[in-house]
Design a binder for this molecule. Structure first.
Ligand code: ATP
Ligand code: MG
Length: 574
């Protein structure tokens, strides 16, 4: 490839809306161009990267025994009605109508389509197991499309779906995918951690995410991991034990106490001179438009995904002050937020976090403004709610649920995930097969996604420096750039051309920067785009030497033309 003909342009400035480094660098280096929020053109440089990732994904998926197909992007409402997701998927689903007024959607994922397909094609257990995958553009009208390719509205995904005759088969399919994913990310040059994750309101199902660990803010997920054992989990799912699980408050007798202007835990602690850990905090949430109460120890936070799953809701959010006032008046109280307690409240559900169970002589709201109950105990003063689950946000420093190690926290980018779906779709969509005994039973399914475009962006998050992108050779757009310092110098230009032609004939992915630009400009662009190897042909060519530079380490050598070519081979072919 000649740089003078390449369709790209580097930019000096970061795009105004770019928050994360991969978005900035991919735009500045000419890899991507934005059409509108969350929708990008993959320029030739980017497309080379994406194709390389796709090849790795394909090879590993094929090796695992999965078969590739390609389903329609346009999906019909009927199938989504069958699965029950047309109404619950919400605004993320991009819906449209055809000329006959029929509702369609742009596929955000393909469980419905594949389940309907397999339902029609597979009749007997003899045809199972099967794992089908595709690589395709997906559409999600994300609330906050941001971070460039990390969270787009149109993006490339590999999605796979396994069908098994029983749970044991699913376990095997799941294992095989976990292995394939590990290989895929490793081959992309990315170290990933497989972490336990939330799998939505359908409790009990197993799922894992593959996280690229980053220390930067681009990692949208918090990952908690143990310093001693292999435990790792997304914070929306992480469990932990508290070092100070049993807490005994200082008040030995229960009594009502005046606590003026103590709307927050902090104010209350200050006023009573107590630690937050002896307070039982009462929070009002709206779960699927109904008010619920959540109780948790005063020094702990509620993890909303855990709360949502614990009560089996689709949507959850903290209540507004109007909604709190409405709940209070419905229950016959007029207390302000900050003084609420569970006793006498007509909430749809009351759920307690496990952290409050062992509290003794604690402080709690009694629905009277400017008053609290101190020295309270369960049963005697307040009933412990019937629903008692872990809805607490685990934090660093707490104890691993599996061993005695300490939990640490880091940021992660989810590049892939694997789910055991079980019969969630097959039952609803009546997708069955005949088993060995002639019974009709639903398929046991799994689904497995990889964000192909997100993986590319995550790799840039992982591999860059102040000068630009440093993608590993496995997925970078090109291997080598040959730079004649002065294109008007015949010897320099011809030598560069010879090196370029020689490498090209050996099938290396090589670019010659034949532009009539200053050397400084060429070097800057080369660093920004990120060629693993740069061969510069300058004045020393008169002594038969060229400059050989590695982008990653910055190591620089003076070599003869021949040596430079054989070093390229050594580096790229190992
Ligand atoms: P997230 O929690 O990040 O929204 P998800 O749980 O919605 O992800 P899946 O529906 O399982 O993700 O999709 C499979 C993979 O597709 C994810 O692991 C991720 O790598 C990628 N992906 C999901 N949403 C996006 C997006 N908006 N832009 C780019 N990639 C995405
Ligand atoms: Mg999502």
């Amino acid at each position: 490839m000649q740089m003078s003909k390449m369709f790209f342009q580097t930019l000096r400035e970061d795009p105004a809306d770019a928050e994360v480094i991969s978005h900035k660098l991919l735009t500045r280096a000419g890899y991507i161009r934005k059409l509108t929020g969350g929708i990008y053109t993959y320029m030739p440089l980017m497309w080379r990267v994406l194709k390389k990732i796709e090849i790795i994904v394909r090879e590993e998926m094929d090796n695992s025994g999965a078969q590739e197909l390609l389903m329609p992007i346009l999906q019909t409402e009927e199938l989504w009605q069958e699965s029950g997701r047309w109404d619950v998927y919400g605004k993320e689903l991009m819906r449209l109508k055809d000329r006959h007024g029929r509702q369609l959607a742009l596929g955000p994922t393909h469980e419905e389509i594949i389940t309907a397909l397999v339902r029609d094609e597979i009749r007997s257990y003899r045809q199972l197991p099967v794992n089908l995958y595709q690589i395709q553009n997906k559409f999600r009208d994300e609330i906050r499309p941001r971070f460039g390719l990390l969270r787009g509205r149109e993006f490339i995904m590999k999605d796979a779906y396994s069908f098994d005759i029983d749970e044991e088969g699913l376990d095997k399919s799941y294992e095989i995918m976990a292995k394939a994913y590990t290989n895929i990310f490793k081959r992309c040059g990315l170290e990933t951690k497989m972490v336990r994750s939330d799998s939505g309101a359908i409790g009990g199902n197993v799922s894992h995410e593959f996280m690229v660990l980053t220390q930067t803010d681009s990692g949208e997920n918090d990952v908690l991991y143990c310093d001693t054992c292999e435990y790792a989990a997304n914070s929306n799912h992480a469990e932990s034990r508290m070092p100070d699980a049993r807490i005994n408050g200082k008040y030995e007798k229960s009594h009502k106490i005046e606590t003026p202007n103590t709307k927050t835990i902090e104010q209350l602690c200050k006023f009573l001179n107590i630690p937050p850990s002896i307070i039982c905090k009462t929070l009002v949430y709206i779960a699927d438009s109904k008010p619920i109460l959540a109780l948790i120890r005063g020094d702990k936070e509620v993890e909303e995904t855990k709360l949502k799953n614990a009560i089996g809701a689709n949507e959850i959010r903290i209540a507004t002050s109007e909604e709190i006032a409405e709940l209070m008046s419905k229950s016959g109280f007029s207390a302000e937020a900050g003084f609420i307690g569970p006793k006498g409240i007509k909430a749809d559900k009351i759920i307690a976090d496990k952290s409050v169970v062992s509290l003794k002589n604690f402080v709690i709201g009694i629905n009277e403004t400017d008053y609290h109950l101190v020295g309270a105990n369960w049963s005697q003063d307040v009933d412990l709610p019937e629903i008692c689950e872990d809805i607490r946000l685990s934090v660093a420093g707490e104890i691993c649920p599996n061993c005695h190690g300490k939990l640490l926290i880091t940021k992660g980018i989810e590049v892939g995930n694997i789910f055991k779906l079980g019969t969630k779709y097959s039952e609803k969509m009546k997708a069955t097969f005949t088993d060995e005994n002639g019974r009709e039973i639903p398929f046991i399914m799994g689904c497995y996604g990889i964000g192909v475009s997100r993986t590319a962006a995550a790799a840039v998050e992982r591999y860059h420096d102040e000068f630009g992108i440093k993608l590993p050779k496995e997925i970078g757009p090109f291997h080598v750039i040959v730079v004649p310092v002065n294109t008007n110098d015949e010897l320099q230009f011809n030598t560069a051309k010879e090196i370029y032609e020689e490498l090209r004939s050996q099938n290396f992915e090589v670019v010659i920067d034949d532009r009539n630009e200053r050397a400084g400009v060429k070097f800057k662009d080369a660093d920004l785009i990120g060629f693993p190897i740069r061969i510069t042909v300058g004045k020393t060519v008169n002594e038969g030497l060229v400059e050989f530079k590695l982008r990653d380490s910055g190591e620089m050598l003076k070599l003869t033309k021949k040596e430079a070519i054989s070093k390229v081979k050594n580096i790229l072919q190992d």
